[in-house]
Ligand binder design. Sequence first.
Ligand code: GRF
Length: 195
Amino acid sequence: MKKKIAVFISGRGSNMKAILQNIDSGCLKDLCEVVFVFSNRKDAKGLEIAENFNIKTVVLENKGYKRKEYDRKLLKLIEPYKPDYIILAGYMRIISKVFIEEYRNRIINIHPADTMQYQGANAYKWAYENNLKQTKITVHLVDEGVDTGKIIEQAVVDLRGAKTLEEIENRGLEAEHRFYSKVLYKVFSGQVKLT
Ligand code: GRF
């Protein structure tokens, strides 16, 4: 049985695009289907990409909501689609306990650094400012903290020779696009157990 996944984005959606391409004709083919793409921002560029793939999009702007109130509304909104997994791909909103509890061990995120070393936004900037020779991108489960959930798998990105922040970001993103689908393949095919 194909896993039903929901992809959550807030912006550009390049990781989401890589996942959609891999479902169409790559390593995720026949393993999962995207039941909808969700965004907390109606101007997220990735929404257009999802629509071009003929994927249903759902938007709930977060402005004016308290965190828990928002997540309760979101839970109601997505309930009919019954996703098996929530795949965060540049979803820039902290998820509250009410949501985590409903999808415990079924929310997966990609973080562009080693979550043991750096949590939160701007991880490539951190790598750049600290002159790192390599960084580790991390696919992890999402819990109540920010980038504190159980690590599923990490991949080293060689940063030697990358001189600008832009070069670091490009190198990292290219690795993310391959790595995220590879890890999802292992999870959905049962090669990696999340609990
Ligand atoms: C990626 O670097 C991802 O690791 C992080 O946010 C960025 C999202 O980029 N969580 P995109 O929207 O997938 O292009």
